[in-house]
Design a protein around this ligand. Structure first.
Ligand SMILES: Cc1ncc(COP(=O)(O)O)c(C=O)c1O
Length: 375
């Protein structure tokens, strides 16, 4: 199939891949620690309503002991805590020091050549062993970077690839594939050796959570990856996991994972999950309603086009002629708000900004500021 990825643009993209990172600079790096305190960071993608204040107190109280102890060297203890709230078999889980550790392990241990739709979360392409490992499926700006699963699968086949990645909901687009569509896709992709589905944002996609976890047993080529940074609101703890029915795949990944990869504070946090599950689901649903409000408010601002989202952030295109870098600069200087200029994301133009919900009050201030700047 004819895509925008001619040989020349592929070469350009690959050159880009190896010289630049696609992460945004942290707010403190950009403006210093003092000024960062007074700036609202909309790049920060995390659940503001969890952990609960009681959990934070509990963690504080236990911190001295936790810092002075090694984590358990038996990962099964923590796997059981997590499996209890997910209703899964603990032996089919692997916990990582953030999903990023697992992504590196997967890239190193399992992947020969893999199809990756771009723009994407940078770690899936930046940490691959060699440039040739990633075959980039370039999503088009004029189609709002939306992925069509059937076209993607057809392209994967024409390239002779056996592994592919889908991020659902997508980052940075927020695009959500409903559960039935994902199941249908997996049925049709049964001839693939490895289908990685990253569901790091799926807990913000609806109620009940439209995750593939309960049906993973039907697909032996499926490997689910999930970060806990976002939905559990703990990016500093470094927690993520992957799940598969395929023990060969899991064993390959396990070989790469160091002992004590999950620290003792993170392990303790996992032990609190079952007792706070109701509060967790409340927090998640509250954030879903905040994001809905944010999306509808952004849609109403002339001069931008907000893309529908299943995640806790919204991607929007600036149509007024300003670039994302210009708007980012104005928001920072005039309103002390930091938003994600997505132009350093491989495959993305310079007119897109991603904002993660920080709760209704702060989101309201962002909408107001954008209204002023784009009128
Ligand atoms: C789609 C996706 N997967 C995985 C991760 C990694 O998260 P972490 O390493 O914090 O668990 C991120 C972080 O932004 C992400 O966007």
């Amino acid at each position: 199939m004819e895509r925008a990825n001619s040989d020349a643009s592929q070469l350009e993209l690959r050159k880009h891949l190896f010289y630049e990172t696609s992460h945004s600079p942290s707010l403190a790096d950009l403006v210093g620690y003092e000024e960062a305190k007074d700036t609202i960071d909309f790049c920060f993608i995390s659940n503001p309503y969890y952990p609960t204040p009681e959990m934070l107190d509990d963690l504080k109280e236990n911190l001295p002991n936790l810092l002075k102890s090694y984590p358990s060297s038996n990962p099964m203890v923590s796997q059981k805590h997590l499996a209890a709230v997910l209703n899964l078999k603990p032996e089919n889980l692997i916990l990582g020091n953030g999903a990023t550790e697992l992504i590196v392990a997967i890239n190193t241990m399992l992947i020969d050549r893999i199809a990756v739709p771009i723009p994407t979360f940078g770690e899936y392409i930046e940490k691959l062993r060699q440039q040739r490992d990633a075959e980039l499926y370039v999503l088009k700006a004029e189609e709002n970077y939306q992925l069509v699963l059937s076209e993607y699968l057809a392209w994967v086949r024409t390239r002779g690839l056996k592994s592919l990645l889908v991020i659902n909901p997508g980052n940075p687009t927020g695009q959500l594939f409903p559960l039935e569509e994902m199941i249908d896709f997996l049925q049709r992709a049964k001839d693939m050796e490895l289908v990685i589905v990253d569901e790091s944002f799926i807990d913000f996609a609806g109620d009940p959570v439209p995750s593939l976890l309960p049906v993973a047993g039907r697909f032996s080529n499926l490997l689910l990856v999930r970060s806990m940074s976002k939905h559990c609101g703990v990016p500093g703890l470094r927690l993520g996991y992957c799940y598969s029915e395929n023990l060969y795949v899991l064993n390959r990944i396990r070989r790469f994972i160091p002992t004590w990869n999950v620290n003792s504070v993170a392990q303790y946090f996992l032990s609190l999950l079952a007792g706070t599950d109701a509060a967790y689901h409340e927090s998640r649903k509250r954030l879903i309603s905040d994001v809905r409000w944010l999306y509808n408010s952004l849609r109403a601002i002339p001069g931008i086009e907000a893309y529908p989202t299943g995640a806790n952030f919204v991607l929007f295109k600036i149509k007024s002629g300003k670039t994302a870098a210009e708007l980012q600069g104005l928001l920072l200087k005039e309103h002390r708000m930091y938003v994600r200029d997505c132009s350093n994301k491989i495959g993305m133009d310079k007119y897109h900004i991603r904002v993660a919900s920080q709760g209704r009050a702060k989101d309201g201030r962002l909408v107001e500021a954008l209204g002023v700047l784009l009128q």
